[in-house]
Design a protein around this ligand. Structure first.
Ligand code: CU
Length: 802
C-alpha cells in the first residue's frame, strides 16, 4: 500500500522512554524516534555508500603537482559527482565541483582563485553490479577560456583594459548594462579581461550545464575561469601569500564528451561567457543556451546574459538568437527551462536566484514566465508566478498525444533575493498545453521544506526527491541544515510519501539519476565553505556535514521490493517518430505501462531535457506488444531513451522492468537494443565501501526551526504551519493538515537509531562496522570521532581519511 504523507511514516512515539525519563508521567511532549526502516516495499532501501577506490584508499592524497604550472605538493581528492550524464552504453559520466579548494590555506577569499583547479571527470560503470571507475583520457576536459590572450597578466589587464576589469561597458546582450550600452550605441567591448594566469584553472567545468546530443555524446556548456583581479600577490609567482580579489568568469567554452573515445574535445565557443547557464535540447536536436553570468564579482552588467544562443551539432557552431530587443530576457542562473508541447522553450519562473552576485537589478522580473520562440527568436510573456529559488523542478509523465506538460515545482525558497532563506514545503503544479496556455496551481505540501533537492523521474511514473537542505546554503554557506529523508511524489494521487533514510547527508551540489536497472544513483555534496571563506563548517559537529563527498549510494525504490519484474525480451534499438514497433515480452498480458524516458543528464538538481512519456500500446500476441512512438521531436527530442515496461503489482502500483536503451529520432534501426543492466544487479550489488565523511550530527536531519511563511494561494489551504518542534505528539495526520506533525528524527539526543553510529568505519566489503561516537545526550562538539572531523575550525589540510 502506498501511504499518504506522514500517515505511515516510520515515526514511533516511544512513550515508555519518555516515562523512564520523566519518572513515570508523560508530562511533556513525547520524544519521537525514527524506527528502523521496516518495510522496503513501502519505503524502499539504500545500499551502503561506495566510492572510487573504495574505503581502502584515502579520500585525498598528496600529489607532487597536477600540471605544468604547479610548483608545490598539493592535496588532490576523489572527484565528487556534481554533474552527471548517462551514456548510451549504460555507464555514468560525472564531474567534480570546486576542485582543489582543499589547498586554500588563508582564511580570506583570495586564496580560492589561485588554488582552485579545473574539475576532473570520471566514468562509473555499474553494469555488472560491481562498481568500477575509468578516467577519461583528458580528465580535466582541456577547456581553456577562449578569452585569454597568451601572456596577458592581471597587471596588463589593469592598465590595458580597465573597463574590462571593471566589467563595463559590455556588449548588447551581456546584461542590463550591456544592453543599455548597446541601445545607446556604446562600444561592443567584451566585459572581461581574462588574465593568462599560471594556474591550471582556466577551463573549470564547475557550473557548466550538460545535455545529451542526438548521437549520445554529451555537450557541456559554460563553466568557470578562476583568477584574482586585481591580483596583488601570488604564491605561484614566489610571493609569500595570495593577495587579491577573487573573480569567477563564466566561460564561452563548450566541449563534448565521447564515451566511445573516452575523451573530451572542444567544440565551438559561444559569444557570451556563461556561469550557471541552462541548456535545453530542441525538437531538431540543436541545443539552446540561456542565462548564465559572464563575470560574477566585479560585473556591473547587473544581470545574467540576456540573449540565447543555439548550438548545431552538425556544424559544431553556435548562433546568437537575435532579431531585436524582444530577443532578450532577464533570467536567474540555472533558469528552469522546458521544451513544452507548443514547441517553444518555457521559462517556468524558477532558477538559482542567489549567486552570490548572480542576482539582477531587475530581478523582480524573474516572476514573469515566458516562452522563447525558436521560430521568431523572440520572448513571449506567459504570465506571473511566485518564483522559487533552487526548487526541485521536473516535468511529470506525459500521455499521448503529449499535448500537455505539467511541471512539478517543489520547495526551494521563495525568491528573488532576499527571498525567504528557509526552504518551503509548498509545491506548484504548472501546466503548459499545445496552445501555450499556462496554468499555475498550488500542489500538495511536501513533508519537509527542501532547498536544492534532486528530482529523479522513475519508470513507474512517480518522482523521487532526494537530498537538499532546509535553508539556502548559497546565502549563508556553512550553516546548512540537511534534509536526508527522500520523498516520493505520486502524480496520480498527488501525494508525497517519505522514504527510507540514506546514510549520507548531501546538501549543496548533490546529484542523482535513474539507472537502467531501476535503481537511483545518488551522489555529490560539495558545499561552499563557511561564509565563502576557507573553514568548512560553521560549528563542526553541529551544522551539517560540510565535507565534499565523493561517495554514491543506490536507492532501490519500493517497486523493486514488490515481486517479480516484467522483462523486455527484445526490442529494436532505433525507433523513428511516428513508428509502431514491437516489444517482445513474456508478460505481454500483464503489461500496464510502457515508458519512454530520456536518459538523464542532471547538474545543480536540474535536467532541462527530462522526458517521461507513457506510450500507447496494444497486445499483439502472448509474447509481443506493439507500441507507438511520439510523432515528432517536440514530444521526444532526438537522442537516447530508456524503454521500460511495467506490470501492475497486487497493491495496484507499477513494477518496472529493467530498461532497454533505444534511440529516438528520424531513423528506425532494427538491430537489437542494449540492455545494459540485468535485474540481478539490484540484489547482487557489490559495493566497495567509502571513506568516512564528517560524522552525522544532531542537526543532520533536523526539525525545521523556522517555519516557512505561508504564502497566499501557494500553500496549505488551511495555512497551518507544520512540524513545530516540541508541540508534536500525533504521528498520524489523516487530514493532511500538518497539525501535530512530528519532526523527524529528534529523540532528545539527536541520534538516529536506524543509522550506524557516526564515525564508524566502512570495510572493504562495504559493510559498516560502526565504532567511535555513541549517541549521547550532547552533540559531539569535537571529541569522539575525531577521525572524521577537523580540530579547531581553521585547518591547514584536511587529513587523509582512510
Ligand atoms: Cu553551484
Amino acid at each position: 500500500m502506498r501511504r499518504p504523507r506522514m500517515g505511515g511514516r516510520r515515526l514511533v512515539v516511544l512513550a515508555t522512554t519518555t516515562a523512564l525519563v520523566t519518572g513515570g508521567g508523560i508530562a511533556t511532549a513525547p520524544f519521537v524516534f525514527a524506527a528502523p526502516a521496516a518495510d522496503p516495499a513501502a519505503e524502499g532501501s539504500w545500499s551502503v555508500p561506495f566510492e572510487e577506490g573504495g574505503a581502502g584508499t584515502p579520500r585525498c592524497e598528496t600529489v607532487p603537482n597536477d600540471g605544468p604550472n604547479d610548483e608545490r605538493d598539493r592535496l588532490q581528492c576523489k572527484p565528487t559527482a556534481v554533474t552527471s550524464a548517462m551514456q548510451p552504453d549504460g555507464r555514468v559520466l560525472y564531474g567534480n565541483g570546486i576542485e582543489a579548494e582543499e589547498n586554500a590555506e588563508e582564511t580570506v577569499v583570495p586564496a580560492l582563485s589561485p588554488e582552485a583547479r579545473d574539475g576532473r571527470t570520471r566514468v562509473l560503470d555499474l553494469r555488472d553490479g560491481k562498481p568500477t571507475w575509468t578516467k577519461p583520457d583528458n580528465e580535466r576536459t582541456d577547456g581553456d577560456n577562449p578569452n585569454i590572450q597568451p601572456g596577458r597578466t592581471s597587471d596588463d589587464c589593469l592598465t590595458q583594459d580597465p573597463l574590462g576589469v571593471a566589467g563595463v561597458p559590455g556588449r548588447p546582450g551581456d546584461g542590463l548594462v550591456g544592453s543599455t550600452n548597446g541601445a545607446l550605441g556604446g562600444p561592443q567591448a567584451n566585459p572581461t579581461c581574462s588574465p593568462d594566469d599560471v594556474q591550471d584553472n582556466d577551463g573549470d567545468i564547475f557550473c557548466a550545464d550538460i545535455a545529451q546530443l542526438p548521437d549520445g555524446r554529451n555537450l557541456l556548456v559554460g563553466g568557470t575561469d578562476w583568477y584574482n583581479e586585481p591580483s596583488i600577490l601570488e604564491k605561484a609567482d614566489g610571493d609569500p601569500a595570495n593577495v587579491g580579489v577573487i573573480e569567477l568568469e563564466g566561460l564561452r567554452s563548450a566541449r563534448i564528451f565521447d564515451g566511445e573515445k573516452n575523451r573530451w574535445d572542444a567544440t565551438g565557443s559561444m559569444k557570451y561567457g556563461r556561469w550557471y547557464p541552462t541548456v535545453t535540447t530542441m525538437p531538431d536536436g540543436k541545443v539552446t543556451a540561456v542565462s548564465g553570468t559572464t563575470k560574477l564579482i566585479k560585473s556591473t552588467q547587473g544581470s545574467q546574459v540576456r540573449r540565447t544562443e543555439t548550438y548545431d551539432p552538425a556544424t559544431g557552431q553556435w548562433t546568437e538568437d537575435y532579431t531585436g530587443p524582444n530577443s532578450e530576457k532577464t533570467l536567474p542562473q540555472n533558469a528552469r527551462m522546458y521544451l513544452t508541447p507548443n514547441g517553444k522553450l518555457f521559462y517556468s519562473g524558477d532558477g538559482q536566484m542567489f549567486g552570490p552576485f548572480g542576482q539582477a537589478a531587475d530581478e523582480a522580473l524573474y516572476a514573469q514566465q515566458g516562452f522563447f520562440n525558436p521560430e521568431t527568436k523572440e520572448w513571449e510573456n506567459a504570465g506571473l508566478t511566485l518564483p522559487r529559488s533552487s526548487p526541485a523542478s521536473v516535468a511529470l509523465p506525459m500521455k499521448a498525444p503529449y499535448d500537455k506538460m505539467t511541471i512539478l515545482r517543489a520547495g526551494g525558497n521563495f525568491g528573488p533575493p532576499p527571498g525567504t532563506y528557509v526552504a518551503t514545503p509548498t509545491t506548484t503544479l504548472t501546466s503548459v498545453d499545445k496552445e501555450g496556455k499556462v496554468t499555475n496551481e498550488p500542489g500538495p505540501l511536501m513533508n519537509e521544506g527542501r532547498w536544492f533537492s534532486q528530482p529523479t523521474p522513475l519508470p513507474d511514473g512517480q518522482t523521487l526527491l532526494t537530498n537538499g537542505a532546509r535553508n539556502d546554503e548559497v546565502v549563508f554557506p556553512g550553516a546548512e541544515l540537511p534534509v536526508k529523508t527522500p520523498e516520493l511524489y505520486n502524480p496520480d494521487t498527488k501525494t508525497f510519501t517519505q522514504m527510507a533514510l540514506p546514510e549520507r547527508a548531501r546538501t549543496y551540489h548533490n546529484n542523482g539519476l535513474l539507472l537502467p536497472n531501476g535503481q537511483v544513483l545518488i551522489g555529490g555534496n560539495s558545499p561552499i565553505s563557511l561564509g565563502y571563506g576557507i573553514q568548512r563548517d560553521a560549528v563542526p559537529g553541529i551544522t551539517g556535514n560540510n565535507d565534499k563527498d565523493p561517495s554514491f549510494e543506490l536507492f532501490s525504490p519500493p517497486y523493486l521490493h514488490k515481486g517479480d519484474r516484467p522483462n523486455i525480451d527484445g526490442v529494436q534499438k532505433g525507433v523513428a517518430w511516428g513508428e509502431d514497433f514491437d516489444i517482445a515480452t513474456g508478460n505481454a498480458g500483464d503489461i500496464s505501462k510502457v515508458m519512454l524516458m530520456r536518459m538523464p543528464s542532471p547538474q545543480h538538481v536540474m535536467d532541462s531535457d527530462t522526458r517521461t512519456l507513457e506510450l500507447p500500446f496494444q497486445k499483439k500476441d502472448d509474447g509481443t506488444l506493439s507500441a507507438s512512438t511520439p510523432q515528432d521531436g517536440v514530444a521526444a527530442p532526438p537522442g537516447y531513451y530508456y524503454l521500460f515496461v511495467n506490470r501492475t503489482a497486487q497493491d495496484g502500483s507499477s513494477i518496472p522492468s529493467v530498461a532497454r536503451i533505444v534511440h529516438v529520432g528520424d531513423q528506425s534501426d532494427g538491430g537489437e537494443a542494449l540492455q545494459p543492466m540485468g535485474p540481478e544487479t539490484v540484489d547482487g550489488f557489490q559495493p566497495n565501501g567509502a571513506t568516512q565523511t564528517e560524522p552525522n550530527t544532531i542537526l543532520d536531519n533536523p526539525p525545521n526551526p523556522l517555519q516557512t511563511p505561508t504564502v497566499p494561494g501557494q500553500t496549505d489551504p488551511l495555512g497551518v504551519p507544520k512540524g513545530i518542534p516540541g508541540v508534536s505528539g500525533n504521528v498520524d495526520d489523516p487530514n493532511n493538515t500538518g497539525i501535530g506533525q512530528a519532526p523527524p528524527n529528534v529523540n532528545g539526543d539527536g541520534s538516529e537509531p536506524e543509522q550506524g553510529p557516526p564515525g564508524g568505519s566502512t570495510s572493504d566489503d562495504g559493510r559498516s562496522s560502526g565504532s567511535g561516537q555513541q549517541p549521547g545526550l550532547l552533540p559531539n562538539l569535537g571529541g569522539g570521532a575525531s577521525e572524521g572531523r577537523r580540530g579547531h575550525g581553521r585547518r591547514k589540510h584536511p587529513r587523509s581519511i582512510s
